[in-house]
Write a protein that binds this ligand. Structure first.
Ligand code: AN7
Length: 350
């Protein structure tokens, strides 16, 4: 049977009536990939069972689709004709796709010059009205919160509780894919802190055990680690270039209840983990998505996490093709050769 999308798959765990018309792109059911070479690289001979939850394989290339199927379904059920969000890019692309499928008008506010090409391209292709603001994601979020107080428009940022309802299904999937248990450590990037909050809801509700949460923030955009708003967040991981997360308090509660850790990693750490994912495991992600792995690697190296015999899941939140420019900028350039066999053979024997 084909996969029906996360709402149909987990309907008994979600607050939708059975007859609600569901707007879905059959999101979810993403692979949990065993990563033995990577485990050996970050924790040699520790018997660490490392898994990658490859959320970049969702329909619009990021984990946002899980929450968006729920938010757009609910918006339609409530009679909305227009939806809006602020976004560093992935929420925008996802909202645009699901709004297109539902026949809704969609406005997305993005920070000018700080949205990766694949996200902009997709948002435009799906027909969203892309509004590029001379400000940050945080400025955009303030604006959309204000406009929905004035106008009959549905907000689909993760302050919308339906987003978390959809996103928590990823925790259910991980437990199912691990054979009915939660991992010891659950590692992920933290931006607006919707995803970490959603995972914690999911693990608690599913009743298959609770992991400890490990959140990674980019060191130039680490408000939760620092305990204060970052006015001018900066990181090459533009997805998580966020200085004042909406789900801050909920994330702190989840970290506390799970006995978790939130830590900052540098852009270099993020790039290094991003490279390891691609080169050791063949998994290409956007830079922000490597932040959970960078955090795990850091905490193992510091002795804060004992990897021996443990199971860890790193959530890879977005596909590598989201941000081709950063990928090319941080790789060796291609070799150029004449189209000639002698040159090719000489190159091989170099
Ligand atoms: C690839 O799209 O905030 O902590 O506006 O795109 O739930 O915010 C994106 C966030 C991690 C952080 N990885 O998740 C947006 C946006 C990727 C992301 C995060 C985002 P949250």
């Amino acid at each position: 049977m084909s996969w029906p999308g996360v709402i149909h798959a987990y309907l008994p765990y979600l607050p939708f009536a059975a007859d609600t018309p569901i707007i879905t792109l059959n999101e979810g059911n993403t692979p949990l990939i065993r990563a033995d070479r990577l485990a050996e690289a970050i924790a040699p001979k520790a018997g660490l069972q490392l898994y990658l939850k490859y959320e970049g394989l969702n329909p619009t290339g990021s984990f946002k689709d899980r929450g968006m199927t729920a938010a757009i379904t609910q918006a339609v059920a409530e009679g909305a004709k227009t939806v809006i969000c602020a976004s560093t890019g992935n929420t925008a692309a996802s909202a645009a796709a699901y709004a297109a499928r539902a026949g809704l008008r969609c406005l997305v506010l993005v920070p000018e010059g700080k949205i990766a090409l694949g996200k902009l391209a997709a948002s435009l292709a799906y027909g969203a009205e892309v509004i590029s603001i001379a400000g940050s994601f945080d400025d955009g979020l303030n604006l959309v919160c204000e406009i929905v107080r004035r106008q009959p428009i549905a907000l689909v940022n993760s302050i919308n509780p339906w987003r978390l309802e959809g996103q928590k299904t990823a925790a259910f999937e991980i437990c199912d894919q691990l054979g009915g248990r939660a991992p010891d450590w659950h590692c992920l990037p933290v931006g607006n802190a919707g995803n970490i909050s959603a995972y914690w809801l999911g693990y608690r509700q599913y009743g298959k055990g609770l992991p400890r949460l490990l959140g990674g923030q980019a060191s130039g955009a680490a408000p939760i680690v620092l305990g204060r708003v970052v006015e001018k967040p900066e990181t090459l991981a533009t997805a998580i270039r966020i200085g004042n997360p909406a789900r801050w308090q909920q994330a702190l509660a989840a970290l506390d209840e799970s006995g978790g850790i939130i830590t900052a990693v540098s852009d270099d750490d993020i790039l290094q983990s991003w490279r390891l994912l691609a080169r050791l495991e063949g998994v290409f992600v956007e830079p922000a998505s490597a932040t959970g792995l960078a955090a795990l690697k850091q905490q193992i190296a510091l002795g804060e996490i004992d990897p021996v015999g443990k199971t860890a899941v790193c959530v890879l939140t977005g596909h590598g093709l989201k941000d081709p420019a950063t990928a090319v900028a941080h790789a060796n350039p291609p070799h150029t050769l004449p189209a000639d066999i002698t040159a090719l053979e000489a190159y091989l024997q170099r």
